[in-house]
Design a protein around this ligand. Structure first.
Ligand code: ATR
Length: 288
């Protein structure tokens, strides 16, 4: 007897580097779900057409990566509160009633920090470096954890201010002190240190210095880079050299995928196991 597989994919440009097909294939195997998950390189001007065609051909949903997350949010017929806050979607769910958009990036980083790294966000002081797509995708979910204080700092200060304004009501709802601070203000006040420092900037890709003074770290801080592999290395080395616990974003990648899988299939995959397996795969690859 042959089982018909439900079809999903990750869409992006570029997308060849994406680990999502590997992750979802393992989720499908481990949960016994009849899922096929492919990689779709979509032309820069062809995202909406691709999504409509894929849905018309029986596709059940897709993940969306750079540069289509904003378009995904606009194209959907319904969207979660997380999408509304971030203005971006990384997960589309197709059904008879239309295309539903969600954003699982923030849930992914929260799951990785709290469950996999075992670090509590609630009641703690958090510093978010950056105010682009990666930062805005995570901020709503971080605030839902009710940190005591969340400070956003960014090279372009106006963008940090805009991000904070956009999240003012959810911060008030959860009684979080949410502010934007200029880097100079962080440098001037050496007493400002944070339990969790999250790098959501592209500074290491640009080969630039870590965009924060080392005084933001204390000996038990968690320093988290949303990237993984060589792109995260400079930040992780900086954090370790100042005595903080350094963690890359591989777990965020696996956990956001797990949240998407759960939305599509109603089944939670064993994400910690798949994260451990993926780390081994990357280690083997980098040794060759
Ligand atoms: P992403 O979707 O990955 O977040 P993005 O929206 O382009 O990409 O945002 C990139 C982030 O990295 C921004 O916060 C950016 O700062 P600006 O808003 O000032 O552009 C930050 N960034 C990029 N290069 C940087 C550098 N060399 N130093 C510090 N911050 C940098």
């Amino acid at each position: 007897m042959t089982t018909t597989l439900d079809s999903y994919c990750v869409t992006g440009n570029p997308v060849a580097h994406s680990r999502s097909p590997w992750i979802h294939a393992r989720f499908a195997e481990l949960t016994g779900q009849p899922v096929q998950y492919d990689r779709a390189l979509v032309p820069l001007d062809g995202f909406a057409d691709f999504v409509r065609d894929f849905a018309a051909q029986g596709g059940k949903g897709c993940n969306v990566t750079v540069p289509f997350k904003l378009q995904a949010a606009e194209l959907a017929t319904s969207a979660s509160e997380r999408v509304r806050l971030a203005g971006a979607a990384n997960t589309l769910v197709f059904s008879d009633s239309g295309i539903h958009a969600d954003n699982t990036d923030g849930l992914g980083i929260v799951a990785d920090i709290t469950r996999n790294a075992g670090v509590t966000i609630t009641g703690r002081d958090v510093l978010l470096l950056g105010a682009g797509g990666a930062a805005s995708g995570a901020l709503g979910s971080l605030l839902e954890q009710k940190p005591r204080r969340l400070v956003v700092t960014n090279r372009t200060h106006a963008k940090a201010q805009a991000l904070v304004e956009q999240h003012a009501s959810i911060a008030a709802l959860h009684k979080v002190e949410l502010i934007a601070l200029e880097r100079q203000a962080l440098e001037a006040d050496l007493t400002q240190c944070f339990d969790i420092v999250i790098n959501a900037t592209a500074s290491s890709l640009a080969g630039a210095d870590v965009p924060a003074p080392a005084s933001v770290l204390h000996a038990r801080s968690l320093a988290y880079d949303m990237m993984y592999g060589p792109a995260a290395q400079a930040f992780l080395d900086w954090a370790s050299s100042h005595g903080a616990l350094a963690r890359d974003g591989l777990g965020m990648l696996v956990e956001q995928a797990a949240e998407s899988f759960a939305l599509w299939r109603g089944v939670r995959p064993p994400s910690a196991q798949v994260l451990a397996e993926l780390r081994e795969v990357l280690k083997t690859e980098s040794a060759h």
